[in-house]
Each structure stands twice: as structure tokens, then as C-alpha cells.
Design a protein. Sequence first.
Length: 163
Amino acid sequence: MNQTSRAITDWLASAHHVPAQAGRELDVGIALLRTGAVFDAIRLPAPVVHAAADSEDPDAVASFLAEVLEDGAVIHDAYGVGVWYYALVPPGTYADWRVPDVECLRPGTWLGVPRLDLTARPGPYWAVPPSAVGSVCAARAVADLVALGQGRLLQVPAPERTL
């Protein structure tokens, strides 16, 4: 692991009450970290993200997210019935988040955070891995992404005309 990766892993692990344990867990797979200390997380429904990206292709979605969220870190959790994306945002975002139908996780919520090099399925992986310590998304950019995706989901195709 290079120096930058170690620094990012240490930053993420600092969200845990025992950072050394979380660091070891991040080195081998996934660590459960609490939101609120070093990052908050906004849980994004996959249909909203896919509508905003105008694609379900993982590579296209990742490229879109990296661009519109300016390389802020995003986890994709494709396990289970619900498929979610988690945009890491600055701590304190929870207090001001007011976007309908999209939740910012309450401080102290446990979030499965993958090892930095987990960038594909199976299981939770980084759609956009953190590129530096503190690599979070701007909450405003996440809100704009949600508005775009929700707007596209609400669009009803015009009926075809027959002559």
C-alpha cells in the first residue's frame, strides 16, 4: 500500500472508536464505520442515480459520478433487494440535509466501507474511491444529482402519434 492509500485508509479508520481495528479491517475487506465524525453519508437509491447518469452500466455510472461529484467518494452497495449508492459528504451535513425522499444517515450510523482497491462487484465497492484524505462530495452537488435523477424518473414519455 502506498503512502497516499495508507493516509486515506487511516482517515477512514479514524471514524471508528478503535481506529487500529478499523484499519486492519479495511486492509482485508470491509470495515463498519460510524458516520458523523469524519464524514456523513447520503444514501442514494440506485434508480435515481441511474436516471441521472442515463445509464445502468457500472463504468458509465462511475464516470458520471466522478464528474458531477468532482471525484468525491461514493460507495455502491449492490447486495440485497435494495441497491444503494452512498455519497460521502462533510460531517455535519445531516443537520442541514432537506432533500425529499433521499436520506442523509444520522450521525452514529454504521456504514460498510470497503477496502480502497475494491472497485467492482461482488458486494460493496467504491464507485468512486477517495483520491485523498477528506475526499468527500459537496452536499449541494449531491442534491443537484438527486434533482436531476428524480426529474428524469418523473418524465413521462409522450404518446406516439399515428397519422
